[in-house]
Write a protein that binds this ligand. Sequence first.
Ligand code: ADP
Ligand code: ADP
Length: 230
Amino acid sequence: HAGITFDHVRKEYPDGTVAVEDLSLEVTPGEILCLVGPSGCGKSTTLRMVNRLVEPTSGTITVDGADVMAQDVVELRRSIGYVIQHVGLFPHRTVAQNVATVPGLLKWEKDRTAARVEELLALVGLPQETYGDRYPHELSGGERQRVGVARALAVEPPVLLMDEPFGAVDPQRRRSLQQEFRDLQRSLGLTVMMVTHDIREAVILADRIAVFSEGGTLEQLGSSEEVAQS
Ligand code: ADP
Ligand code: ADP
């Protein structure tokens, strides 16, 4: 399973904003690392440099030992799942068609795609018979996030990036969705880097927590127990 490393990474946007300052950090294969801290402290920027939605100004980021900047960006993104708050499902495609997006781009055989979609929908608790033919507007917020997770996992990426993935889910459902996600992550051995502003969510989900402070510096890194106590 793949890990992620940051070695002296800095990001300065063209307008002079320094979003991330000298970040060195390792995400261990198979762990959930949560990034927490006040708004504007560089969490999303850090996440988005891994799949090159943002390019670092200096320093090196590797996924599974390979420098992300040295890879083909399309290949890189296929090996990294990405889930964001408003998951951006394609509104005119059914749940099954949304999940089949990347296999479709990769021109998988129909039978292989159909089997994979069925398996993924079962995995996220949205059985194909009931949910496969629905459209995104026919789902709740939590169900849409599940489809987003299924879509992100379609080609079995070893690494998943999540930016406030449960932020749009109502509070009653959020807790059980977090627990289900945690079980899923364990069973697949996924390496997860996740941004949240909700410290309780980080404590529930994370193996380790990275606390960022203003100016994009890493202030603390520890197990969720250590960070929760401080
Ligand atoms: P967080 O996710 O912790 O809220 P971000 O990584 O989104 O923080 O932003 C870090 C800093 O970089 C903020 O000051 C933000 O305004 C700034 N920033 C983010 N994206 C851009 C951009 N595209 N251009 C200029 N500044 C940006
Ligand atoms: P929106 O801004 O409307 O939410 P985006 O264009 O950012 O939509 O993304 C749509 C969906 O495509 C996202 O929810 C995400 O799952 C997927 N996606 C976007 N960018 C990437 C990427 N770099 N790698 C993998 N998936 C991505």
